[in-house]
Design a protein around this ligand. Structure first.
Ligand code: ZN
Length: 287
């Protein structure tokens, strides 16, 4: 392995672990939020088993690994720990890994060139970090939606704000590079119309059966951060595809056709963000 390859592996491994930690954090926050809002109870500072209330040791609290070692059960009472914990840890780890591969590595490799333009560097780095932080909020929302079929409005509005700030950073970066910021703004707004508009229409037409009232606000946050109508179109397409493949068969079997769309929107968003930067010709060339 060359030095550059070792460097790449180290960066990506670090981001994978960081993602797993943030995924664990996000899932905990979803539970905390639920307890705060519905039971008016603070879960306290430490991680506890929700069944027996025992405080967990650090070694039972390692993202991904502990869940696998304990096979998804509490060490003390042997009751099941939800699959949501594991899924949010692993998917966040993969998301951090892929986003770093698509955005962070190119930035680090072009560091010398970027350093000649510190403002541009700060904007790119800022928008990358903000995207990761937004992802934490999005995963809290996705876990909440998957578990309880609701999207807390405060978190939705936080995500919309973060998406708007990411868009502003991109617009500043465009105008600093001497390109037309106005056409990029129109591009972003068209994306909002496609992604949030479609979700809003489905929500109204299906009378909340296919899509809840929170989904279009979530879609708005995603479209702002994507800032591109092609990527917005791909996101709605992929989210529907994932939802149909994964959730719809189960929902049909149970007789209620309610599909919680939030997690699929978030998953599609990450895939599109990664492919949009790594393989732009794939998403924009073929359709
Ligand atoms: Zn327990």
């Amino acid at each position: 392995m060359s030095e550059i390859e070792i460097f790449n592996v180290m960066v990506l491994a670090t981001m994978f672990i960081l993602g797993a930690i943030f995924g664990s954090f996000a899932c905990c926050q979803a539970w905390r939020w639920r307890y705060m809002v519905h039971k008016k109870k603070d879960l306290g500072q430490w991680s506890v088993c929700l069944h027996c209330g025992k405080k967990l040791h650090w070694y039972d609290n390692i993202p991904i690994i502990s869940w696998l070692m304990l096979r998804g059960k509490c060490r003390y009472c042997h009751k099941k720990i939800g699959i949501a914990d594991f899924l949010s840890e692993i998917s966040m780890a993969v998301a951090f890994f892929m986003l770093s591969w698509a955005y962070l590595l190119p930035m680090l490799h072009g560091w010398d060139i970027l350093m000649r333009n510190p403002a541009q560097l700060a904007l790119q780095l800022g928008s990358f970090i903000l995207t990761l932080l937004m992802l934490v909020v999005l995963v809290i929302l996705a876990v909440y939606d998957a578990k309880w079929g609701e999207l807390p409005l405060v978190l939705l509005l936080l995500a919309v704000n973060m998406g708007a700030v990411i868009l502003v950073l991109k617009l500043i970066s465009t105008s600093l590079a001497g390109d037309e910021a106005i056409s990029e703004l129109l591009n972003a707004l068209f994306g909002v119309l496609i992604l949030a508009g479609t979700c809003f229409l489905i929500y109204r037409i299906s009378h909340e059966r296919l899509m809840g009232g929170g989904d279009w606000i979530l879609a708005l946050a995603l479209a702002l951060a994507l800032a591109d109508w092609w990527l917005a179109l791909w996101t709605i397409f992929l989210a529907n595809l994932l939802g149909d493949l994964i959730a719809l068969p189960g929902a049909m079997k149970q007789g209620n056709h309610v599909v919680h769309f939030g997690p699929f929107l978030v998953a599609a968003f990450v895939i599109v963000l990664v492919l949009g930067n790594a393989l732009p010709s794939l998403l924009k060339g073929i359709i």
